[in-house]
Design a protein. Structure first.
Length: 608
């Protein structure tokens, strides 16, 4: 009479335990091999139930039988090796499934199929070793394919995966070496590092090499149009694998930088958006091959989703620092295009939040509000409270810039209520700051800055700063100090304004928030101008102009206007003399190029 599966598994467990107690099993590897031979695929639930029963029964005998402890240790060894077997079995099943998917779509569009297979948003994406195994399995199956086109496509998929992995191996040692290039830095003082010109020397594959050379020279990817339309499937798959591992490696390295976690995170954010932008541009270069266009676009969506799912997604900040040496304002603008083709999801709401913030920085207030309103609606449906609160706060800030103070106060009040109800400290911090900020501007507009109104507004701002300090959120502290400083400028209290603005500027510099840093300098220039300190006015005005211009923020013109007034008051000689006194301080922050660029900015301002 044949045993049931449960009986067979109980027998196997008991055999392993007995042999372990007899000293006949010398290593855990032997246990693993016995499990490999004894457990049938697809029967894990039955096995787990049998093993669990044996473990529970043994635990109940710990106080009764002396050898129960030894039996339990043997059972725990079986459990750990089963977990190992299960993981390997799941990965093998994933490889088998992926192989079948490629074979099934070989005549249609295997590139899109492979892109879905390597999607990093999956719970257990295939690692490098498993991808190599996948390539071998696909190659092994090509002999069984009768259709010549399908056979050729499968061979190209296998070759593309292998080539992509090999290309990454060639440049892996130089993945971050470009950051230490002599004479360069990531700040404003010098030319930014350019990884593409380092990586282009490490690879031989035509498509990656041509793409990297184009990026190294900061040319438009569209110039590859004639070349890309002639690239075979192998080349596109190689590029997809290579870029994914470069992106993954950079993000992992940036995230692990303990000496400057905030800066590392911003470079991680920049990495996601830069690679999404590259794939989007590639998808837009095609005129003849829709299957490649579709594949590139699918990668864009995968990257955006992966970015939006991060726990530290920047709901209250923009991303302006790019390791490629360029700012991302244009990237962020056209990344709105793929979002139009995605249903309302939590990830979409978060990316829209980032787009809205970035549009606000660029002075595009109406588009910013539109982005935030759409994000707000989606976040509510997705029940993403943190994102909902963030967009209420962003709408409040945008309304202030449009001088719509009534709505600004309303949005910040709603954000404050929701944040306190749900315990969202970051949202509460920003809501307090925005509420106080909105009330200051509203009171100034109405011309009724009564003592009670003034005290209420300042109280909200101070609460926000204190809460930011408790949560150790540097960017929120900077926003709070910046807002308090601006409030005191408006209230004609320059001494108080200067103290908060200088603190806000230092915090913004630490947080690598260029916009807040530039904004703090803008109002510092105004504060010092009000107390007739022309040297400090020129110093801070110069820094504000340069930094805000670098991220294409229209607010650089505010300081440019003030600088023009002072130059008219002092005359060119006295103005230049005052500027020269702060030359070393200015160069320390924005470099010689930044200092020398100042006259060009003034000319640009005057020519408008």
């Amino acid at each position: 009479m044949s045993q049931s599966l449960s009986e067979r598994y109980f027998t196997l467990i008991d055999q392993i335990v007995d042999k372990t107690l007899q000293g006949k099993i010398a290593s855990t590897e032997r246990v693993y091999i016995m499990l490999q031979r004894g457990i049938e695929k697809g029967t894990g639930e039955i096995w787990e139930r049998c093993l669990s029963q044996r473990i529970e029964a043994t635990k109940q005998e710990l106080d009764k039988k002396l050898k129960a402890k030894r039996v339990l240790r043997a059972l725990e060894t079986i459990e750990s090796q089963y977990n190992r077997w299960q993981k390997a079995n799941q990965q093998q099943s994933a490889i088998d499934s992926a192989t079948k998917q490629i074979l099934d779509t070989a005549t249609d569009n295997p590139l899109v199929t492979l892109i879905k297979i390597i999607d990093l948003n999956q719970k257990q994406p295939l690692n490098r070793d498993k991808l190599a195994q996948l390539a071998k399995k696909i190659q092994a199956n090509t002999n069984n394919i009768s259709d010549e086109k399908s056979k050729q496509n499968c061979q190209q998929v296998a070759t593309g995966i292998t080539n992509g992995l090999n290309s990454f191996t060639k440049l892996e040692d130089d993945l971050i070496s470009w950051m230490y290039e002599s004479g360069r830095s990531i700040g404003f003082a010098q030319e930014k590092p350019n990884p593409w010109r380092v990586w282009v020397k490490k690879i031989d594959a035509p498509l990656p090499k041509q793409l990297f050379q184009t990026l190294a020279e900061q040319k438009a990817i569209a110039e590859l149009n004639k070349v890309t339309n002639n690239i075979e499937l192998t080349g596109w798959i190689e590029l997809a694998i290579l870029l994914q591992y470069i992106q993954q490696g950079l993000v992992s390295w940036f995230d692990q930088q303990p000496y400057n976690a905030q800066f590392g995170k911003k470079l991680s954010y920049s990495t996601f958006l830069t690679f999404a932008a590259i794939w989007l541009e590639l998808s837009q270069t095609f005129t003849t091959n829709n299957k490649f266009k579709e594949g590139c676009f699918q990668i864009v969506l995968q990257i955006l989703r992966l970015f939006a799912r991060r726990d530290d997604f920047p709901l209250y900040g923009g991303v302006f620092i790019s390791f490629s040496g360029e700012y991302l304002q244009n990237t962020l603008e056209y990344l709105s295009e793929p979002l139009k083709q995605v249903e309302g999801t939590q990830e979409k709401a978060r990316i829209l939040t980032l787009l809205g913030y970035s549009q606000r920085i660029l002075g595009q207030y109406a588009p910013a509000i539109k982005f935030h309103q759409e994000a707000l609606e989606i976040a509510r449906k997705a029940e993403d409270k943190a994102c909902e609160i963030a967009n209420l706060n962003h709408l409040s800030r945008s309304c202030v810039l449009q001088k719509n103070y009534e709505d600004a106060i309303s949005y910040s009040q709603r954000a404050l209520i929701l944040a306190r109800q749900g315990g969202y400290k970051l949202g509460e911090t920003n809501a307090l700051v925005n509420l106080g900020y909105s009330k200051v501007f509203s009171a100034r507009q109405l011309g009724t800055m009564a003592t009670d109104t003034y005290n209420e507004a300042i109280n909200y701002l101070q609460q926000g700063v204190q809460l930011a300090e408790k949560t150790e959120d540097i960017q929120s502290q900077s926003l709070g100090c910046n807002s308090l400083g601006i409030a005191y400028v408006i209230l004609a209290q320059p001494t108080s304004a200067i103290a908060y603005l200088e603190k806000g500027a230092k915090l913004a510099q630490i947080a690598q928030d260029i916009y807040l840093q530039g904004l703090s300098y803008t109002y510092l220039a105004e504060a010092y101008y009000s107390i007739e300190d022309r040297g400090k006015t020129i110093y801070y005005g110069t820094l504000a102009m340069y930094l805000l211009n670098q991220i294409n923020s229209l607010e650089w013109r505010k300081s440019a206007g003030l600088m023009t007034i002072i130059r008219g008051q002092l005359g060119d000689t006295a103005f230049n003399s005052n500027l020269a006194q702060y030359r070393s301080n200015i160069i320390a922050l924005i470099g010689v190029d930044g200092y020398d660029y100042f006259p060009k900015l003034i000319e640009e301002y005057l020519s408008e």
